[in-house]
Structure formats: structure tokens, C-alpha cells
Write a protein that binds this ligand. Structure first.
Ligand SMILES: Cc1cc2nc3c(=O)[nH]c(=O)nc-3n(C[C@H](O)[C@H](O)[C@H](O)COP(=O)(O)OP(=O)(O)OC[C@H]3O[C@@H](n4cnc5c(N)ncnc54)[C@H](O)[C@@H]3O)c2cc1C
Length: 512
């Protein structure tokens, strides 16, 4: 039944997409007329991409924002220059995939099927995996193994972008799987040495893949309890930066947790050693390392391991280990400020990747199931403001020589605000300590515009067998569905450029 529905939806989608492709960019743009009234593709530096109606005071802010932004040359208008390294075939495929990802009924049915027991049937599984492989997977992932990922990286590099290699491992359950995953991460660092110099900007690791997830939960509980009760002593705890703030949610740990057993302490030590050794390898190869952030039930333990490793490695001006702050959390800014202050006192370079966060619905659902308010900002505007404030604080730390930041976002306004701040602080645009990053298959327009303006820009390149990266693809599907998703603006830019190329092919004399 679900499969039949999927087929019907796919047919409907195909029909709509063909109509869309045949249409002019204005027709494509009309899909999102709620974003902007005029030609949606004609964005310039002073056109805020916002759905919010401006109040008089907001209008004032917008005017001063405009003046500030006009210093920045992020050019989205020249599609020819923007997508000069992308073939027309690739542009069309990207548009189709993004359009399919934004079509809610397809995504909803797809997600239901992937999470259902249907995928346990071999024939259904093969069919679904093959469909996913030729659509979402090819769009969002870099390949099934490191060799394929290297080819994707080479294409990016030819277009002036760098890559962040990310082996798509999800949660580990025991020490044996942690060791296997650790060896895969090491392989990435080793392989980087054989790639064109600086084509890879960072290696990337998930602590949930090198420490058993149940242990991360236990350690997070203990850290939360220690934050609440200073007399609660954790004998295994080493020097670290603050991971929790008074505004952090504590509903995960409602009663005093038992202390770690000797075998749990041993496993924690092992996990810490894996992260330390990986960071030392990165230090040897001068390859910075990004530690991903996950869900709040395990994040305190991830931050604990990351910050304590950072204290050992990011000394003497080294900026190797980077943690991640998810700015959709209401306590994000307080935690970030605490970490910057503590790092400064210790003489440690604080490396951070800033994201909005990818587990929005599960975080809210967990809080609500326990009878607590969501830990996420009440409105998306609050999340945007938090992201921009955290970015601003980190850029100031870079200017003072005490921080390094990766601005991981697809949001045009956040990209522009950060780019303006870099200029106003007088930082080198090409500084290695300030880098922008987007996911493969998302916000290519922003990536190229930032690169053309002189910034360091990377694409996150997840790779691995199709069934292994399904959780990642489900998160991307959630993120991209809906007409106002992050990919809308990108589709408009690509559509405009495809139309320009098609017109140029038909009437060569007017192609310039
Ligand atoms: C290089 C890179 C690395 C990443 N690493 C991580 C990681 O380690 N951990 C992780 O969790 N994510 C990670 N992400 C994913 C990232 O969190 C999502 O891509 C991000 O949420 C999309 O936001 P944006 O900055 O692109 O902004 P936008 O395109 O403006 O997206 C806004 C998104 O914010 C969400 N949102 C946040 N707060 C609210 C709110 N209060 N109300 C409604 N919606 C809200 C919505 O779902 C919406 O999709 C990474 C992304 C990149 C590019």
C-alpha cells in the first residue's frame, strides 16, 4: 500500500517537475512568492531573505543592517560566475532532487516507509535502497567509500571549495564497534595526506561512534548532577571547560545517578584515549578536527570529552580540536560565553563549530513527554538571533587571537552577517581560523558566493554504504521539506542559471 502511494506520488512529482523545468524562472519563483514579492532570483546585498513583516523599529534595524551589509560583496546575481564550475546536467539533477526533497507528501511517505518494518523484507529493502541511492543519496552523500568520496572531493576542489570528510557512522554500542569506527576515522586522517594540499579543511568525528551510547548517557547524567550539587564528587573527571550552564535543561536526570562502575570507568577512559589519539594524529598532520554535536541526553558527555581533549591539544596557538554548539538551545549562548572565558584563563585556543541543530523535533518531543518545556528557542527568530550573536562573539575571539570558528550554516542572512563582521573586525577573509561550511547538496549558491568573496568555504562530505547513512538522510529530508526550506533560495538560483544557459544555447549571439 505504502509502495503504491509512493509510486503515485513519484509520478505526480515527476509531472510537476517536468512542468517546472519547462517553465520560466518566474514560474519557478512563484512557488515561493511568499518569500519575496519581486523576481525571487534577483537578490542583491541589500535584499533581506525573510518572511517576517517588519515593525517600525525593525525597519530602522533593517536600514542600518543594509548599510552594514553593503560593505560585503556576496554576489548572488551573477549565476554564470556563481555556478561556473557546475555542469548544466548537475544543476538540473540538483534542482530535481531538491524539489523532490521539498515535496512534503513524498518525504513523509518516504520517511514512514524507511522507519516501517517494510524495509525488513529483502525485496522491498532492495527497491527502496536503489531509489534512495539514485536520488537523495547521490545528492547529499559523497560516495559509498573513501575512494568515491575522494572523487567528489576532487570535483569540489576544482570548483574552489574544500571538503570535510565525514564517514557516516552512527551510534556505537560496545567497545568492539568503537574500535572499528576509530580505525575508520584514522583512515580519513591518513588518506588526507595523499590528497591535494588543503583540499580537505577538517576531519570530522562523532563521539557517539567511539564511545558506547549508553555510557555517554550515564556520564551526562553524572555531569548534570555534579553541576546541581557541588558536593557530588566525580573521581574520574579530568580538567575540562564548562559544559553546562544554570539555564541548561536538567529534566534528563531527575534522581541522583549511581557512580560509574570500574568497567564503565575503564570504557570511558578507552573512549577518551580514542579521541585524544585521533586528535594527536590530526595535530601531526596539521588537520583540524570537528567533533559533531548530537542530542541533549548525551551532549554534556560529548562536550566533556571534547573540551578535555581540547585543553591538551589546542595549546601554543594550535587550533586542532573543535567542539560544536547548537544554537537552537536556549542555553547555547550562556554555555558558549562560559567556555570562552574558561579557555582564555587556561591559555587554550577555543575551537568551535556553530550550527543551529538537527534534532529539533526529537528534542521537543522528549521534553514534552517528561512534562517540561522545550529546550529549543521559542521562535525561529530567537534561534537566528542566537546563532548570529554566538557567531559574533566567536569572531571577536578570533580577532583577539583566542578562538577559531567554523560557521556551519545555509542561512543567507547569517552568512552575510558573519561575513560583514569579519570585515568590520579587520580579519583576513582567507584566515584559516574563520571558515564557512555547508552540507553537500545544500546552499551551493551561498558556498560559491562566499568563496567568490574570498572566504574559506567547505562542503561537509558524508560517505558510506547507503543503509549506513539512512539516519543522516532522514535528517536532511526533514530539514529540506516544505516550500520555505533552506533549499528554496538555492533552487531559484539554479533555475535562473539553467534558464540562462538554455537561452544562451538557443540564441548564441545574446549569450553574453
Ligand atoms: C558543516 C555542517 C556541520 C553540521 N554539524 C552538525 C552537528 O554537529 N550537529 C547538529 O545537530 N547539526 C549539524 N549540522 C546540521 C545543522 O544543524 C542544520 O543544517 C541546521 O539546523 C540548518 O540551519 P541553518 O543554519 O542552515 O539555518 P536555516 O536554513 O535558517 O534553517 C533553520 C532551521 O532551524 C530549525 N530551527 C531552529 N530553531 C527553531 C525554532 N525555534 N523554531 C523552528 N525551527 C527552528 C528549523 O528546523 C529550520 O530548518 C551541520 C550543518 C553543517 C552545514
Amino acid at each position: 500500500m505504502a509502495l503504491r502511494n509512493t509510486r503515485i506520488l513519484l509520478r505526480e512529482f515527476e509531472r510537476k517537475s517536468l512542468n517546472t523545468l519547462a517553465a520560466s524562472p518566474v514560474v519557478l519563483g512563484s512557488v515561493t512568492t511568499s518569500v519575496t514579492a519581486a523576481d525571487p532570483c534577483s537578490f542583491d546585498l541589500t535584499t533581506p531573505v525573510t518572511t517576517k513583516a517588519a515593525s517600525p523599529t525593525e525597519e530602522d534595524t533593517t536600514t542600518s543592517e543594509k548599510a552594514r551589509r553593503s560593505e560585503i560583496n556576496l554576489d548572488f546575481n551573477d549565476g554564470k560566475k556563481l555556478f561556473s564550475s557546475v555542469t548544466t546536467g548537475k544543476l538540473i539533477r540538483s534542482m530535481l532532487n531538491q524539489q523532490m526533497a521539498s515535496y512534503e507528501p513524498i518525504v513523509d511517505v518516504g520517511i514512514k516507509v524507511m522507519r516501517s518494518r517494510l524495509v525488513e523484507t529483502m525485496i522491498v529493502k532492495d527497491f527502496i535502497m536503489s531509489m534512495v541511492k539514485h536520488t537523495f543519496y547521490d545528492h547529499f552523500c559523497a560516495g559509498e567509500n573513501l575512494d568515491e568520496a575522494k572523487k567528489t572531493l576532487q570535483k569540489l576542489w576544482n570548483g574552489g571549495l574544500k571538503g570535510i570528510m565525514d564517514y557516516g557512522l552512527e551510534d556505537a554500542t560496545d567497545n568492539a564497534s568503537c574500535d572499528r569506527n576509530y580505525n575508520e576515522f584514522l583512515k580519513i586522517v591518513e588518506t588526507t595526506k595523499l590528497l591535494p594540499p588543503s583540499s580537505v579543511s577538517y576531519a570530522c568525528v562523532k563521539v557517539t561512534a567511539i564511545c558506547p551510547i549508553s555510557l555517554l548517557k550515564r556520564v551526562s547524567d553524572l555531569l548534570r548532577w555534579e553541576h546541581k550539587d557541588s558536593s557530588f564528587h566525580l573521581p574520574w573527571k579530568v580538567d575540562t571547560l564548562p559544559m553546562l550552564a544554570d539555564s541548561s535543561p536538567f529534566y534528563h536526570t531527575m534522581s541522583r545517578p549511581n557512580h560509574l562502575t570500574p568497567s564503565e570507568e575503564y570504557d570511558l577512559h578507552q573512549a577518551h584515549q580514542r579521541l585524544i589519539k585521533l586528535s594527536e594524529k590530526c595535530l601531526e598532520s596539521k588537520l583540524p578536527l570537528l567533533v559533531d554535536a548530537e542530542y541533549s541526553s548525551v551532549q554534556p558527555a560529548i562536550d566533556y570529552l571534547t573540551y578535555s581533549t581540547m585543553i591538551r591539544i589546542n595549546r601554543d596557538g594550535n587550533r586542532i580540536v573543535h567542539g560544536t554548539i547548537q544554537t537552537y538551545f536556549r542555553d547555547a549562548k550562556e554555555r558558549l560565553i562560559q567556555a570562552t572565558e574558561a579557555a582564555e584563563k587556561m591559555g587554550v585556543t577555543l575551537g568551535l563549530k556553530l550550527v543551529r541543530g538537527a534534532y529539533l523535533s526529537s528534542e521537543s518531543q522528549l521534553a514534552s513527554s517528561l512534562g517540561f518545556p522545550s529546550p529549543i528557542h521559542r521562535s525561529i527568530q530567537d534561534t537566528h538571533a542566537c546563532y548570529d550573536e554566538c557567531a559574533s562573539i566567536m569572531l571577536e575571539k578570533v580577532a583577539q587571537g583566542t578562538g577559531a570558528v567554523v560557521l556551519a550554516t545555509h542561512n543567507i542572512e547569517s552568512g552575510r552577517a558573519a561575513a560583514s563582521k569579519v570585515e568590520s573586525l579587520g580579519l583576513e577573509k582567507s584566515s584559516e581560523k574563520v571558515q564557512f561550511a555547508q552540507l553537500k547538496g545544500m546552499a551551493d549558491g551561498l558556498s560559491f558566493a562566499l568563496k567568490n568573496a574570498g572566504f574559506q568555504v567547505s562542503k561537509y562530505l558524508p560517505y558510506g554504504p547507503v543503509d549506513m547513512v539512512i539516519p543522516y538522510l532522514l535528517r536532511r529530508a526533514e530539514e529540506n521539506k516544505g516550500l520555505l526550506s533552506a533549499s528554496t533560495f538555492d533552487r531559484q538560483l539554479m533555475s535562473k542559471e539553467v534558464t540562462r544557459r538554455l537561452k544562451a544555447a538557443v540564441t548564441p549571439s545574446t549569450s553574453q
